[in-house]
Ligand binder design. Sequence first.
Ligand SMILES: *Cc1c(COP(=O)(O)O)cnc(C)c1O
Length: 490
Amino acid sequence: MTASPSAIAPGDLSPAEFERHTAALAGWIASYLRDGERHPVLAQVTPGAVRATLPGAAPREAEPMDAILADLDRIVMPGVTHWNHPGFLAYFANTASVPGILAELVTAALNQVGILWRTSPALAELEQVTTGWLRDAMGLPSDWFGMITDTASVSTLQALAAAREMDPALEIRHRGMAGRPELPRLRLYCSAHAHSSVDKAAITLGIGAENVVRIATDAEHRMRADLLQSAIGADRAAGFRPLAVIATIGTTSTTSVDPVPAIAAICRREGLWLHVDAAYGGAMALLPEARALFAGVEDADSLVMNPHKWLFTPMDCSVLWTRHPGVLKRTFSLTPAYLETDEQEIALSLSDYSFQLGRRFRALKLWFVMRAFGTDGLSERIRHHCALARTFADWVQATPAWEVHAPVPMSVVCFRHRPEALTDEAALERHNAGILERVNTSGRVFLSHTKLGARYVLRVAVGNLRTQEAHLAEAWRLLREAAATNAVTH
Ligand SMILES: *Cc1c(COP(=O)(O)O)cnc(C)c1O
């Protein structure tokens, strides 16, 4: 007797099983969100420890979901650094909010592949609508075209690819850049504090890392527009072809803001593409009282901001806007016969505007987040984080031997301990690095550091929805304790 084909068909686990396991997982996630502080915020494992608990090969025999889920606690959790922990104050703190987590579940279930409009009309249209909502809430020009990518690195890469296509006479899309003696070397300009994703874009696009010109900054870590102007002039005289300027609103080290109006005026005069990197700082544009930080952005050619940073959307979600969708399309549109459809001109296929063909339904989580909090709710939360950061800066400022090292326009504080006995930078670096190490091994909070010129400084970034003043107070107590202990052992 032979089994019927349906009896042997190796299909998926059943919907009934899905229901049972999601019920259990929902409880597991809720308890994580309720009581995440029971975990040390910074993973306490040594390199290789996670790998050592795993078999060397995939199981040949199917394993029950119960066993797999049980290993979340046994294997995964010890190796997790908890970005969703309220004590996470390192880098740029972020949040996977409840509406965002719910949307990710639906995104996986629907498994949309946004190649063409018709392969997911909801994805294509929701992406246009949500990036439009966000653009308007941020006060950006209402005719800008927006789309979602995975990261700011990719958004910036695509913006600079479009900048390279702005002047069709360069013929780079068709002919490439190599072996063309008539093609001058292209140059990009950004401040000394710009994100390394600019260099990576230059490397990827074949512009070359040495053609990223880093412009010096003023005492508050902002690009000096006068030096930008002279660098462009010197490059033109030397036969280079200046292509684009990347201005940052909210630099990674200190959240400093480049003088966009002056930079935009230079770009207009010189015919350069202006890309604004507001990956983190962009969220501040939701606050009417912070709009001054965004002066001049209306003259930009493109702008990136990451909802996955300070807009409570789970990793990953970056939004790129440009005033030149036609140039973006000229850069990336390439339709093989099997993807040609009649709708092309009426309904947008986002693959025409980006390097990638398939895309995830990332707009769904942005839509859930924007609706579940409302733009007022989002602003309120961002405002609260800025207030917490200022409170922390006040504590530091008011304490002898502690110093704040940069203005606090957003939610990041750069500071350090400077005991009288220590005078040279190397000793101060060792001292503060020691404090950081002690504080981070506590497992209660997680801070990072940066370098401002020769100065090594500590950094607190407030950006998680569950961070409250008590967490900053705990960080401050641990810092002072570590400074005192450190001093004894010098
Ligand atoms: C975080 C950040 C980036 C990189 O973001 P990814 O999304 O991780 O690529 C770029 N620029 C600035 C200013 C940032 O803060």
